[in-house]
Design a protein around this ligand. Structure first.
Ligand code: NAD
Ligand code: ZN
Length: 365
């Protein structure tokens, strides 16, 4: 392995990060050369990523490409059917391999299809968005959406191995980059004050030479948490910081026919509201709250949420599959770099946090 490649062992897999990971991928493909290899892409990763991978990896010479449309709508049972059908038409067997080359949509659905086809075939992930590289790359959650509910159908199953090539981010648009960046902010806020300070220096996002550092720090933090609690009985709940309000905002925007927010954009709103709750309920200092809000407002377009609709957001929060006994469950910061989980918070306090958010926003256009 090249000295510049960074690697992490996860519960049952391994993640390699670096701009020379494809030589290693070639080696990992050897055991599959007697079977069939499939590469799942969408039109964007077909255009921007597939030729580089295929031309750099000799053992992919005979691989079959399976293309599905880009976008969250593809995380559906209909698209699963199409992929299962293609695998069947090509007579894929249990020795076949599926390589998922794309963002979180491709790695989620590809992982799910592979986990269920003939009771499970191996899959390898090559995440190509910042969100997928720093978040979906670790943790073994694969699945699809159902009846408007995100990730309702799925399993825990890890890829054989993950290869992260940071330079793929060069073709990703700024809005998508920032969406992924919200997860990096979350990782720093819940676990690593030093990382938070490094992020604030600014170059980690702006300078492509720093991307491997950004990705590896986030992967390291997420991986450590997941390894300590793979099935989310305790510590892993910390990763839900920003996501209780965030998921509700994401679903609300979708249901109300507003222009949909990207996942990380909703999480940025969630981080603001939940930092406010952390300040009121969990000892986060005023100065830390101000620091977080000030940093986030620099990057994200924050629009006002109609206060008449706050109850709808609360309803979405009550629907969250992570709740137990119908109480809304939060992970909150104690300070920057330290968080605790299992806080159930009264509706009134949540309303207050949404009002706090609205005070720093612009009216919807
Ligand atoms: N399994 C997990 O642990 C986990 C964690 C976080 C998010 N997710 C899931 O991930 C999904 C979101 O992932 P995402 O933000 O990567 O979205 P995505 O997969 O939809 O990708 C975003 C857009 O970028 C395009 N794209 C991908 N790579 C590109 C590249 N290198 N250059 C140019 N364009 C490129 C895609 O075609 C798409 O249009 C959601 O469904 C979410 O639920 C899963
Ligand atoms: Zn997230």
């Amino acid at each position: 392995m090249n000295k510049k490649t960074i690697s992490y062992k996860t519960t049952n897999s391994e993640v390699f990060i670096g701009n020379d990971v494809f030589a290693l991928l070639n080696e990992y493909l050897r055991p599959y050369l007697n079977g069939q290899i499939f590469v799942l892409v969408d039109e964007n990763t077909l255009n921007h990523c597939s030729s580089l991978v295929i031309s750099s990896v000799e053992n992919l010479n005979n691989a079959e490409i399976i293309e599905i449309p880009s976008g969250e709508e593809s995380k559906s049972i209909d698209i699963c059917y199409k992929i299962w059908k293609t695998l069947t038409d090509f007579k894929a067997d249990r020795k076949s391999l599926l390589i998922n080359l794309g963002g979180g949509v491709i790695t989620d659905i590809g992982g799910f299809v592979a986990s269920t086809f003939k009771r499970g075939i191996d899959f390898i992930n090559i995440p190509t968005t910042l969100l997928a590289q720093i978040d979906a790359s670790v943790g073994g959650k694969v699945g699809i959406d159902f009846e408007g509910n995100k990730n309702l159908i799925g399993v825990f199953n890890e890829p054989r191995v993950v290869f992260i090539y940071p330079n793929f981010l060069k073709t990703l648009d700024k809005r998508q980059m920032l969406s992924g960046y919200a997860e990096a902010l979350k990782h720093a806020l819940i676990k690593d004050e030093k990382y938070w300070k490094e992020l604030q220096e600014g170059s980690m996002l702006a300078d492509s030479l720093c991307w491997d550092k950004l990705i590896s720090k986030s992967v390291e933090i997420k991986n450590k948490i997941v390894c300590s609690d793979p099935f989310e009985n305790g510590e892993r709940k910390l990763l839900n910081f920003g996501h209780t309000v965030g998921h509700a905002v994401e679903s609300y925007y979708l249901a109300e026919d507003y222009l949909p927010l990207l996942h990380g954009e909703a999480v940025a709103i969630g981080i603001i509201c939940e930092s406010y709750l952390s300040n009121k309920m969990n000892g986060l200092s005023d100065i830390d709250l101000e620091n977080i809000v000030q940093y986030i407002t620099q990057f994200y377009k924050l629009t006002t949420i109609d206060s008449e609709d706050f109850h709808k957001l609360i309803d979405w929060m009550k629907n969250d599959k992570k709740n137990q006994n119908s109480k809304i469950n939060f992970s909150l910061l104690k300070s920057i770099g330290e968080a605790t989980y299992n806080h159930s918070i009264e509706d009134e306090m949540i309303f207050e946090s949404l009002n706090f958010y609205n005070q720093i926003t612009k009216p919807i256009e």
